[in-house]
Design a binder for this molecule. Structure first.
Ligand code: 3SL
Length: 234
């Protein structure tokens, strides 16, 4: 049996033991959805970094720069944080360096202690579940949230992942049970649940990124399984 726990925001990550475990990091809106969709489309690799300055250093080495602050593309970057941008043909075969408000922070924090980092989104939730079933190691699902607060869409991802593992896992904390319950309540109307109730969906609608919401809320759009190895997600 796999022991699963859920960290609803990186703010409380220090309360979770990550050593010896697989961390599945998610930021459904939109960082990990960009990574999954971009790599699935043909992007070669993604390096997640904390700061704009670090990303600009990578651009000197030929990397495409991607990401946002407050949902808005960083002015000096090549692309922002919409999956549609990351999927464009001109970036197939390219290496991207990415920094975002919450998603890349969660990945950077997780990699300090976890044995392995898997990048999860609703877009690839079933393939992540299949990977965890074959790995048979304990799991921490890390939700990027928004500026220290839990977010509905990341919690729904946690629930969707647990739902697919139910027969083979023990839920070791209340957050996992809460995520599963929430997912079961919303799974028939996932797109609407996120569009109408998630605070970040409202924020993104104001930023004219509304079309990303329906895209990122799709379950199993692809079977890409991005994993962080030596600082690089491939
Ligand atoms: O916070 C993040 O990491 C981003 O995914 C936020 S946004 O959806 O691009 O605004």
């Amino acid at each position: 049996m796999i022991n699963i726990e859920t960290c609803l925001t990186p703010e409380i990550l220090s309360l979770h033991q990550l050593e010896g475990k697989i961390a599945v990091v998610t930021d459904v809106l939109r960082a990990t959805s960009c990574m999954v969709a971009g790599l699935n489309a043909g992007v070669k690799s993604v390096i997640p970094v904390m700061t704009v300055e670090e990303a600009l250093d990578y651009s000197k080495k030929g990397y495409i720069t991607a990401g946002e602050r407050g949902g808005v593309k960083v002015k000096e970057f090549t692309i922002g944080n919409s999956p549609q941008e990351h999927m464009q043909e001109e970036y197939h075969g390219k290496d991207i360096c990415m920094t975002t408000t919450n998603g890349t922070v969660a990945i950077t924090e997780a990699k300090k202690r976890a044995d392995q980092i898997v990048i999860g989104a609703l877009l690839n939730v079933t393939v992540v579940a299949e990977f965890l079933k074959s790995a048979q190691k304990d799991v921490v699902i890390i939700c990027a949230g928004w500026k220290g607060n839990p977010s509905l869409e990341d919690t729904l991802f946690a629930g969707a992942l647990i739902d697919r593992l139910q027969e083979e896992c023990n839920l070791t904390d209340d957050a996992s049970f809460m995520a599963l319950t929430q997912y079961k309540a919303c799974k028939d109307n996932l797109v609407e649940s996120i569009q109408f109730n998630a605070s970040h969906a409202k924020r993104l609608s104001g930023l004219k990124a509304k079309s990303d919401l329906a895209f990122c809320a799709q379950e199993d759009y692809c079977d890409a399984l991005p994993i962080l190895r030596n600082g690089e997600i491939t």
